[in-house]
Write a protein that binds this ligand. Structure first.
Ligand SMILES: [Zn+2]
Length: 129
């Protein structure tokens, strides 16, 4: 059964915020290092999620860093759509829920501070089929 979760930058109700909060009490938008690490060693019985995280930053990411992401981890890629300072991180991870998958993919950014120091997530899409 296909399942998808979509978060945009519209104001969130408390129920939405709760839905997007991972088991470590982190909002998926802020990323969660624990979820990221959990996804690295996830049980292969867990569903595989395709997650897209759009985020903005204040300083452009060097092209080289964008390419390195894919070279180091083939489950992740970092792309720059046409808008300046808007980036798209895509990841394929296994997790028990879409929220954990999204928090884990955004957590990749926290784990890779050499790529981005600070980021603001504007949209997340997570789905599995
Ligand atoms: Zn977490």
């Amino acid at each position: 059964m296909a399942e998808s979760l979509i978060l945009t930058d519209r104001p969130q109700s408390p129920a939405d915020a709760a839905k997007w909060t991972c088991p470590h009490d982190r909002h998926a938008q802020h990323g969660c290092v624990s979820c990221y690490q959990a996804s690295t060693y996830a049980d292969s019985a867990l569903p595989q999620w395709n997650v897209s995280v759009w985020f903005t930053i204040t300083k452009p990411i060097p092209i080289r860093a964008l390419q390195d992401v894919y070279r180091h981890d083939r489950c992740f890629s970092l792309d720059q759509p046409s808008t300046p300072l808007v980036y798209l991180l895509s990841g394929r991870v296994r997790a028990g829920s879409g929220t954990e998958a999204a928090a884990g993919v955004a957590g990749f950014l926290l784990q890779n501070r050499h790529i981005v120091q600070e980021f603001t997530v504007t949209e997340i899409r997570a789905f599995h089929s």
